[in-house]
Design a protein around this ligand. Sequence first.
Ligand code: NAG
Ligand code: NAG
Ligand code: NAG
Ligand code: NAG
Length: 582
Amino acid sequence: MRVPQVLLASTIAILTGSSLSEASWQFLSRPDLNVPTLNITHHVGFGEDKASELAPGLFFVAPFAGGNDQEKHGPLQPGPYLFDDSGNLVWTGFAQYYSIWTVNLQKTQFEGRDALLAFQGKHNAAHGHGHGVLKLLDSSYNVLKEVRAGHHRLIDKHEGQVINDGRSALFQIYHPVPRDLSEVGGDAQHQWIVDAQFQEVDVGTGKVLFEWRSLDHVPPTHSNISLTSGQAGDGSDSSEAWDYFHINSVDKDSERSPSYLISARDVNSIYKINGTTGEIIWRLGGRNINNDFEHLDEEVAFSYQHHARFHGFDAEGRELVSVYDNSAHGTETDSGSQVRDAPTSSGKIIALDHSKKTASTVKAFYPPFGLLSKSQGSTHLINGTKGNVLVNWGSEGAITEYSWDGKILFHAFLDSGDLGVGLQNYRAFKNEWHGSPDEESAVAGLFYDEKAWSKATGLEDQQDRLILAASWNGDTEVQNWRFYLSATSKDVHRKLVATVPRTGFETRHVISLRSDQQSAKKSSVLAEGVDKHGKVLTTTRWERIESSWPVPPQYQSHKGQTLPLEEEPKLYNEIHQAVFAA
Ligand SMILES: *[C@@H]1O[C@H](CO)[C@@H](O)[C@H](O)[C@H]1NC(C)=O
Ligand SMILES: *[C@@H]1O[C@H](CO)[C@@H](O)[C@H](O)[C@H]1NC(C)=O
Ligand SMILES: *[C@@H]1O[C@H](CO)[C@@H](O)[C@H](O)[C@H]1NC(C)=O
Ligand SMILES: CC(=O)N[C@H]1CO[C@H](CO)[C@@H](O)[C@@H]1O
């Protein structure tokens, strides 16, 4: 069990007086990383048996700063991230792996191997669009493939999947076209509409295998966001094209005969599409006239939804689909009119009985803190229709893991303090993942003479200190770190000074130096990461011991007797061991 590096809500502020300084001091070996500090408000049990109720694996997220409000600054390094369910960072893909703007980080399969997939491109927050490519990385975080659309189209941010072991890719396209829109309130100045499209392409050849266009099948009059409201583009030019349909997910089922499931937010409906003819097989209109089903219960009603997924058929022959029900619509800036159809958003699993033409709710997962997300969101069935479920609250920047029975096992806001305000996260997934980075591992050694140390910590034991720290971005396999010192930075002169079990992203060790160990100050440090069999997986380069760094805030907070020990014994123990047990 890894010691949580990120703590239950209130402790962060208590420790340092400021979550901002905590964030920028997280990793001594990687001072360049300033990553989100998860605010975990619910956890089924750190380090206890109950933790096994959580699904194994890591959270796949890509938090970014929402809105235009200068006061809401979101994560300092928006990007794709892997976190464990103790809140420890496992991998940051910021700038080095994915640039510009990233969403929809997920695990997938490509040519028989596990891979990462995410959208990378430009975000148009005002219209909820994005234009870019789908990028696949292998488990060493090297680029495997970039996927582009066929027929000179631009891929939109909302959907990106590779299926059939990476042979084909599914994504969608926001294609503006001019049309006579007088029937829906348009005129000569307002005649652009988005023809919502999706494609399945052959990843190897780029050939379009299937293409679907909303205007061929769903008339603009079915929209729930009118042209004249201006809430989905006012149609005045191609960039302002009226997004009457707003497709936001595409899934494929090939089991019986090929078909697609799409979600269209601005018509409050999901559709099953014949994968040969493109015809609509059925429409489930959560709160819309476009509905082929009688609702057997009130919870079936959804609106402005996201992330519709197929889950096969149940024992009674009913077709199962999951969806994220926003039940809300509004702008990122909170300007203009807001729609609220329910007190909260929710994750839902719905059963469709085709012989009776009825729809009923199998499961509905409601949020803590009354979260209602006006945009984005996802519902991930982690292990089919009996396992845990991860619901991601989109514009609210939070994730919740539930047992199948609906018990909240874990909840976190994806950043803390001021940085958590306004943070958004489009989708989230939980999956098992093994990473063996090509990136080099990192080490740092910080020397403090007794005066500097006692001034910062209040400890008057007249010993110098050496803080050693090692990390390896993206690694999941290192179990122990071995720290070596050398006066010459040569391997032949190296001396093993500590073997330390891995803790989270960065493993630290504090050594109290005896008076005969002063030379440590002038030496260099190197670390080896070893796996559970003792095999060396990575070796850092030699780094000079630094003696000019201030004492990190995490250690400074031990000044005097002000630490509220009873409030967070786990945290105290971690730092106590690090500081005093050396
Ligand atoms: C799609 O249409 C074809 C041709 O009409 C038909 O054979 C097939 O069964 C349909 N598929 C589905 C899933 O309804
Ligand atoms: C997923 O569910 C299957 C049965 O449906 C079970 O055998 C398997 O152990 C589960 N996997 C995890 C990781 O929980
Ligand atoms: C964590 O979230 C809770 C619930 O919203 C909030 O009250 C608390 O202030 C947050 N803590 C931090 C450090 O952001
Ligand atoms: C124009 C239109 O269809 N408006 C409907 C959109 O959906 C809400 C429910 O969310 C209805 O109340 C509106 O009438």
